[in-house]
Design a protein around this ligand. Structure first.
Ligand code: MF3
Ligand code: CO
Length: 256
């Protein structure tokens, strides 16, 4: 399947979709506190999306027959859970790290973003993990310009994480986004041998570095979705949907 460059009209709609995601994540960030049950977040997203008139591209999503349809509107992954956590009754406690991954389909186009939030006071090591992961996302966005190639993004993310000593998760990564949540290209968070496709005006990408404090290995849980670190170590995930613009810095579509 080929890469789909977006027209100015499509970018306008994707800007709206992204903003709804960014604003909803900002609202969720404010909800996060010790004692909050994560199910309340799923309920909030359900109500909010209904109010705004968008749908979740996650709900009932199944990338391959081996995956049961995803049952919720948002992915909530706590501590050693990296991504694709299904919201279930769980009360957040001081020191937890919560990854909130949210998508919205608006007028047929998808915005996709994720933030990791600390609950109350978190350890200095957890703070460093969050900073490195967010810095990696920012570094990837900075080099996402016309004249560059896909591998420049991968390399910038990798180079930001490496010196930390933390582990870069393999097998999961960013992706093109548009009418479909997952479009070409897939974007691993490490360099490859080839420079990859040239970055062109109208290319819309979701960049999503995933970093573990411990080893790089992750495994899928028995629910068929939740991805956790094998060694039980803390992990972190940040994501933005961005649009490549001719001769300019990429535009972040999923800001509030
Ligand atoms: N937002 C995730 C991504 O970036 C996908 C969520 S998986 C789903 O790829 F099942 F929840 F949809
Ligand atoms: Co994504």
């Amino acid at each position: 399947m080929a890469v789909k460059l977006k027209s100015e009209d499509e970018l306008r709609v994707m800007r709206e979709a992204g903003k709804i995601v960014g604003q909803t994540l900002a609202r969720i960030r404010e909800m996060i506190r010790p004692g909050l049950n994560v199910l309340e977040i799923e309920e909030f997203v359900k109500d909010e999306f209904k109010r705004v008139g968008v749908t979740s591209p996650f709900l009932h999503y199944s990338p391959a027959p081996k995956y049961p349809p995803y049952p919720s509107n948002i992915c909530i992954s706590v501590n050693d859970q990296l991504v694709h956590g299904i919201p279930r009754s769980r009360v957040l406690k001081e020191g937890d790290l919560v990854s909130l991954d949210l998508g919205a389909t608006h007028k047929g186009y998808v915005g996709d973003a994720a933030i990791t939030v600390g609950v109350g006071n978190i350890s200095p090591e957890a703070q460093r993990l969050m900073k490195v992961t967010e810095d990696a996302l920012e570094a990837g966005i900075k080099v996402a310009r016309t004249g560059r190639h896909l591998n420049d993004i991968r390399g910038a993310i990798e180079d930001t994480i490496r010196p930390s000593g933390f582990s870069i998760v393999r097998g999961y990564g960013g992706h093109g986004v548009g009418r479909d949540m997952h479009e070409e290209p897939h974007i691993e968070n490490v360099r490859q041998r080839f420079r990859g496709m040239p970055l062109r005006h109208g290319l819309v990408l979701a960049l999503e570095p995933m970093v573990n404090i411990g080893g790089p290995d992750v495994e899928e849980g028995s629910d068929g979705w939740t991805v956790s670190t094998k060694d039980g170590s803390l992990c972190c995930h940040f994501e933005h949907t961005i649009a490549i613009r001719e001769g300019r810095e990429a535009e972040i579509l999923t800001l509030p």
